[in-house]
Structures are given as structure tokens and as C-alpha cells.
Design a protein around this ligand. Sequence first.
Ligand SMILES: [Zn+2]
Length: 229
Amino acid sequence: MPELVFFSGTMDCGKSTLALQIEHNRSARGLQGMIYSRNDRAGRGKLSSRLGLVTEAVEAGQDLDFYAHVVGHLSSGGRVDYVIADEAQFLTAEQVDQLARVVDDLALDVFAFGITTDFRSKLFPGSQRLVELADRIEVLQVEALCWCGARATHNARTVDGRMVVEGAQVVVGDVVGDAAGDGAERPQAEVGYEVLCRRHHRRRQTSATARAAALSPDVLPVDAAGPHS
Ligand SMILES: [Zn+2]
């Protein structure tokens, strides 16, 4: 039976590496996949992993209809044996419905890969719909680690090293403006992402703020014991 499988996890958990592995294993057996990605770190029309592997992919923009695209490819004489959709957290709910239709009406396996929750620990829309529709959900066990060494289960967004919990759901790279969401326009805030354990996500302690706290004399105020006379 063909399946819609959702491979989920945090950032850095090896999703794209697994997507490339599945692609490699199946193409080695003579199968042809239709590979989709979106906003990949290597650029448009790419699926890449942090380990440096990369393959061509169809850029799945907001307006792409997955079902129509696969049907169009098949009806023009192309071959599709399975479908891979990376960065699936960015998909709309409608696009995930289209992927389910590819499974049900075209009898193809669909492997979707995505980050489960955003930097506010809320489900991404694409991931939410995949949790609702998938035949199977695989939580990836390649362990990403928090700076404290605990298993990282949450994604944090940082602006100039400090964790923020407000702002647009998708921000890539440097931004100009009120990135910290505190009303202050900053000309070139450095936006980054970091995986944390839940405890440090709740406490908003990133590696940078933990390091700063460890170095800061404020941790043990010199006058904590009161004035000596
Ligand atoms: Zn931690």
C-alpha cells in the first residue's frame, strides 16, 4: 500500500540527509523520484544536506499544485515512482492535501520531511496538516543536542544571540527592522537559529546568553553579602 510518511524533527536532526539517502537507495534500484524542496539552504531548485550532499529538486512555491504537477509530468510521458517533499513545514495545508491525493489517486509513496514546530514551539502549518493526514509519522532519532548536552527538542530563533519569541514564522538570514519585536528598528540584526532542550527553550537560554551569564560578574554580585565595615 502506498503511504504518506511524515519524517519530522528539529532542525539539525538529519532530515535532508535522510531524504537524500532515500532518493539514493531508490534510484540505485532504477526507480525515479519527483523531488521537491522549498527555501533550501543551497538555493532554489535544490535539496541539500548539512553534510554537503545536494541534488536537483523542483522548487515548491506557494502556488505549486503537487497533484497537478505530478499528473502533468506523467501525462507528458514522464515517469514517477515516488515523491519526496523536503522542507514540508513551509507547505500550505492545501498542498499537503494534494500530497495525500498523490498517494490515494496515483498510488505513489510520498515522503515528506519537515521541522515539526517553529521558534515559538507552535506547529508549522504544513507540519500540522501532515500530522493530521499522514499514514505514518517517523520522529527522527539522529539526536541534535542543546548546548547543555541534553537532547534538543525545540527550535529557537535568535536575534543578535538572544532568543526571541515574536515575529514572522519564516525569516531567513539578516533582516532590517523590528526583528526582536520590541518596537525598535534595528538596521542589520543577525537572525539565527539554534536547537535547545525544552528547559532552555522555556528559559530562553541560548548558548550565547549562557556563555555571557557564565562570564558575567552579575551571577555573583560582589556586594551580595552586603557592605563590610
Ligand atoms: Zn539545554
